[in-house]
Design a protein around this ligand. Structure first.
Ligand code: SAH
Length: 422
C-alpha cells in the first residue's frame, strides 16, 4: 500500500513514439454477441467458444467437430495464429480455413512492466480505441485483470475509466484476445506450466452490460481446450446490474464480486449512480439468489475506501450489519467476503486515499465483528495499473471525457499529473 513511486521499465514500445497511432491497428468491428469478420469477410476464430466453434466447423465448413477442438488447442495452448502451422489438420482443410477465417488477436500498442512484477498492455481494438489489461503476479498465483468495454457508461464518481466516457462493447475476440496476449507473453502452458491462474473481469467497463460476449469469453477461459481455469478462479465484478446477476446465475458458475463501496443508499447513489436504479436491498437480494443456487458459494464485496467519505466507524458498522444479514440468509458463515481497496487517485479526482491508520482502523472494526477483510495491496501504481486507474484510449460518445478535460483545465491540473491524495 505504499505510495512510493518506483521507476518504470518499458520493456517493449511498439513504434518509436510511445503509443502508436491506433489508426494503424488492425480492423476489428465488434458486434453484439456475433462473430466478427475482417475486411475480406473472414470470421475471427477468437469469437468462438467450443460450442460455437464446433457449430462453425460442422455447419459452415462441413467438417467434423473434433477439428474445432484441434484448432482451439493450437490457438489457446500453443499460440498459433497461422492455419499453415496447424500441422495435424490436413492441407485441404488448412486452405479452406485460410479462405474463410482468421485468428486475429488485439494489437499490442504499448507494453509496460512495473518493478513489482505487474505488467500492463495497451491493446488496440480498432482504429480509434484502445483498452488496458493488467497482469498481477503474487505468491503462487497470477491474476489477469481483463476489460469488457471501451470506456464505461456507468459514471461511478471515483473511477478514472468513467472520466473517459464510453464508446462500445468489446467482442468475444477482443475479450479473450487480452488473455491470449498475456498468456503468450508469460509463456503460459495450460495444464502444465500455468502462469496465469486467475482472471478477474475488473478492468475497464461493466461486464454485465456486455453479457453475451463476456459469458462466451469466460467459457473459453474455463474450457480445458482454452485456458483450463476452474470456475472459482474466474471472477466477474459488477457495479450491481441486478437482472443480469440473475441471468449470470442461470448460465454460469463463475465467482461473483460486487462493487459495494457504501452500506447506505444515499451515499451509494452518489458514488455508484446505478444504485438509483438498483438500490442496496435489491442488490443484496440478487446476491443472495446467486449464492443460494449452489451450496458453498460466497460473494465478494469490494469496498473502495475514500477518505472522510465512506471510511468512518458508522460505515464499518453499516457494512457489518449488511453482510451479517447476507450470511444469515445464505446460511453460511463467511458467505460474504470483503475486499478493502484503498482509493487510487487520478488527475482531477475529488477523492483521496485514507491514511494507513484509518484503513487499519476500518479493517479492525470488521475483524472485531468476526469478518475477514483483506486490504488489497496497491500493485503496479508506478505504471498506473491499479484498480480504477485504467484508461486506454476511448473515442467517447458520451461527452464525458470533454467535460473531464474542461474540469481539469478549470482547476489548473495538467493531464497526467496526479494530485497528492494523502
Ligand atoms: N464495472 C465493474 C468492474 C470494473 S471496476 C465494477 O464496478 O465492479 C473494478 C473495481 O475497481 C471495482 O470494484 C471498482 O469499484 C474499483 N475501483 C474503481 N475506481 C477505483 C479507484 N480509483 N480506486 C480504487 N478502486 C477503484
Amino acid at each position: 500500500m505504499s505510495d512510493t513511486r518506483t521507476p518504470v521499465i518499458d520493456i517493449a514500445l511498439v513504434g518509436d513514439s510511445g503509443v502508436r497511432d491506433p489508426a494503424a491497428a488492425a480492423p476489428a468491428a465488434a458486434t453484439g454477441g456475433r462473430a466478427t469478420a475482417d475486411t475480406c469477410g473472414r470470421t475471427n476464430i477468437f469469437d468462438f467458444d467450443r460450442a460455437s466453434l464446433e457449430r462453425f466447423f460442422e455447419q459452415d465448413l462441413g467438417e467434423k467437430k473434433f477439428r474445432a477442438q484441434q484448432v482451439m488447442k493450437w490457438i489457446h495452448h500453443r499460440y498459433a495464429t497461422d492455419f499453415g502451422d496447424m500441422t495435424d489438420l490436413g492441407k485441404a482443410l488448412r486452405a479452406k480455413l485460410e479462405q474463410r477465417a482468421v485468428v486475429q488477436a488485439p494489437q499490442v500498442l504499448l507494453d509496460k512492466a512495473s518493478e513489482d512484477g505487474t505488467h500492463k498492455w495497451l491493446l488496440g481494438m480498432d482504429p480509434k480505441n484502445a483498452i488496458e489489461t493488467v497482469f498481477i503476479p503474487d505468491k503462487g498465483r497470477g491474476t489477469l485483470c481483463v476489460s469488457s468495454q471501451v470506456g464505461c457508461a456507468l459514471n461511478c464518481t471515483f473511477c478514472s475509466t468513467a472520466t473517459q466516457g464510453f464508446n462500445r462493447n468489446l467482442s468475444t475476440a477482443e475479450i479473450i484476445g487480452q488473455v491470449w496476449v498475456a498468456a503468450r507473453h508469460l509463456g503460459n502452458v495450460p495444464h502444465q506450466q500455468r502462469k496465469l491462474t486467475n482472471v478477474v473481469m475488473m478492468g475497464m467497463g461493466e461486464p454485465l452490460a456486455n453479457f453475451d460476449n463476456v459469458v462466451r469469453a469466460m467459457s473459453i477461459m474455463r474450457d480445458d481446450l482454452g485456458y483450463g481455469l476452474a470456475n472459482k478462479r474466474v471472477t466477474l465484478s459488477t457495479a450491481g446490474m441486478v437482472p443480469m446477476i440473475d441471468k449470470l446465475g442461470e448460465v454460469s458458475d463463475v465467482s461473483l464480486a460486487v462493487s459495494l463501496h457504501a452500506p447506505f443508499d444515499e451515499l451509494r447513489n452518489e458514488l455508484v449512480p446505478l444504485n438509483r436504479k438498483y438500490p442496496i436491498a435489491e442488490l443484496m437480494d440478487a446476491c443472495v439468489r446467486y449464492a443460494l443456487r449452489k451450496r458453498g458459494t460466497s460473494v465478494t464485496f469490494e469496498y473502495t475506501l475514500m477518505k472522510d467519505v465512506n471510511d468512518q466507524p458508522e460505515h464499518a458498522r453499516g457494512l457489518v450489519k449488511l453482510l451479517r444479514e447476507f450470511d444469515r440468509r445464505v446460511q453460511m458463515k463467511d458467505a460474504a467476503k470483503v475486499n478493502l481497496i484503498p482509493f487510487n487517485p487520478f488527475p482531477g479526482t475529488r477523492y483521496a486515499r485514507p491514511a494507513d491508520e484509518a484503513i487499519r482502523a476500518f479493517q479492525k472494526q470488521l475483524n472485531n465483528a468476526g469478518m475477514i477483510a483483506p486490504v488489497r495491496r496497491t500493485r503496479g501504481d508506478d505504471i498506473d495499473a491499479a484498480c480504477g486507474q485504467l484508461k486506454g484510449q476511448v473515442m467517447d460518445r458520451t461527452r464525458r471525457s470533454a467535460e473531464h478535460r474542461k474540469h481539469l483545465q478549470d482547476s489548473g491540473i495538467a493531464q497526467g499529473e496526479v494530485p497528492d491524495a494523502a
